[in-house]
Every structure is written in structure tokens, then in C-alpha cells.
Design a protein around this ligand. Sequence first.
Ligand code: MG
Ligand code: ZN
Length: 364
Amino acid sequence: MKKPLLVLLAALMLHACNNNYQQIAIRKKPKNVILLIGDGMGLTQASTAFYYQDKTPSFTRFLHMGLHQNEPTDAKITDSAAGATAFSTGYKSYNSAIGVDEDTVARTTILEMAAKRGQATGVIATSSITHATPASFYAHVANRNLEDEIAAQLVLSPVDFFAGGGIDYFVRRKDGLNYLDSLRANGFKVDTTGLNAPTNWKAGQKYSYLLAPDGMPKMSEGRGGFLPKATQMALEHLSQDKDGFFLMVEGSQIDWGGHANDADWIIDEVKDFDKAIDVALDFAEEDGNTLVIVTADHETGGMSLSAAEVRRQRTYEHINPTFSTGGHSATLIPVYAYGPGAAKFMGIYQNNHIFDRMMEALRW
Ligand code: MG
Ligand code: ZN
């Protein structure tokens, strides 16, 4: 074959392939959903994955993107509780609300809906597993500070796999009870020593990993591969369910680095979260029936990748991250989607419409 013809053929095949993916993203119904939340990960934080590592950022693997506005019902700027509750229930609520609407009425979460449909479910976080973001998927309490109560609700929840910190909320409780025993009594295998995978994942078995007294260590203090590894383990286990699964994975500490105005902390945590996104995307590519959504609840720190100043001269040779606040900001937040239903996440919409769009994609 002549060279121009070969090039044309290759271009046509690529076009067909791309077109086929577009059709899947628009029309196909996903079986599984993986929602990854980078707490406090605005566009600036995500951009650090492009400037502070050699690896290709996972973000480049998404073709469908949107933006969400994240105002809660009682303020202009959201906290993680109202933010995650909007994603998990479809209801905007007040700051501190966990799985309840603005009138403190408990609202069913996507994780609970998945479980009712016979799906397997999981939550993973680098904070305590009872912290606002993960809690909003399985618990219903009026205030995020009620972590003892949230732990009690996790024990009775339909969650099949969880991994994170927060042992203290199970054993150093105000009521003096031992909720690790309660976890076991409610069918969980409990591991507090490490992410030890069983020789064989047992379908229908509940697995829990509680690996720190409260939040997990920072990356810089030796957390290692916890987040991508826990994501991989959850996928191995949950994907055994013929009805599909729902998994929420949180990079919790991007937010904490933001509150501390500590760029190195943020960069390390984003790199780690980036690896977890790759694990989810590798699974989804192979599987073909999995919708992957990556977003954040809000931005933290008012972070900017500013031009550095050298001897009072601004220079475009180097970046010097700067911050405008020790708290959260109101900036719109990117949503990255991959797989069947991904096209639904294009556009600019409210944070609780992420829930609606997941429902639309799943046809629930
Ligand atoms: Mg969080
Ligand atoms: Zn925060």
C-alpha cells in the first residue's frame, strides 16, 4: 500500500475508535461507578500534577469535563460535609450536614441505593473513615463532629469494603463501647495492622481496614501507597458482584495542605491521588462498564501557581505557589468523567446535579 493511503487508513481507524468511545460516553449505561473526590482540589491543585512530577497526569486521560458550583444552603462557600452530601444525596444542604437535607431530614445516598439494588459498595479515605466526606455516603447526622455516632452508623451500613483511619472513633469512644467488636459482630473482617489482602477475596464478605487512630499519616510522613493500593483492593473485591458496584475514593488531605497553606503537602497529596485515579481508569478501561468521575467538593487555600519573585523581580522562570486564605474558596470546580455516561458531566451545573447525572447515567 502507498504511504498516504496507510496514513489515511490509520486516521480513519482512530476516528472510528474515538467515535465509538464518544457513543459509549453518550449512550451506554454503566454497571459500576467509581467517584473519586480530591478534597479541596481546585483546578490549581490539580494543575500541580502537571508541574511537579514527570509522570503523565491521570487528568489527561479524560475527554469529558464540566464545572460545578458548590454553594450550600446557608452560606456562599461550602464545607466538605455539605459538598459531599450534595454529591451523595442530590440535596444541597447546610455546612456540617452529613447525609441530611437542610431540614436535617435523612436522604438516601447513592451508596445506599446501590446496595438496595444488590450492588457491592465501598468507601476509602486518607482521613478517618468517619470524616465528613466518606461519612456523607453511609451516615445521616445533623453535624459532622458526631464522629462516634458516624462510626456506629458505619457498623450497620451496607458498606462492603472500607479503608482509612479513625480507630479511635471505634474504641476510644465517649460511651466506652468497643465498636471493632461490633464491626466483627456485623460481619466485617477487621484489620488494624495494614492493607493485607486475603489470599482470596470472598464474594459477599465485608472487609474493613482501620489503619490510624484518626487521620492517616501525610504522604511526607510515610503513608506510602495506601490510597492507590486500597483502591486496587476494593476493585478486586467489589468487582466480584455480578450486579455491579459503587466505590467512593477520597484524597482527603489535599484540603489539609490547603488549610495549612503548605504547597509541598498539597503537591504530595495530589500526586498520590493522581495514582489512585490511574488505578480507577486502568480498571475502567479494561472493564468497559465503569463510569469514573473525579471532582472536588471545593477549593482550599485560594491557591495560585504564581510567578516567583527573585530579588524583588517577578520571574516567569519559576512557580512559587501562593495562597489567599486559610479556608475554602468559592471557585467553580472541575468534574472529569470517563466511560459509559461520561458525556452527561459536560457543562456547568450545581454540585448536587452530579448526583442527578449519575442517576441519569445509571437510569435509576
Ligand atoms: Mg474530606
Ligand atoms: Zn477543608
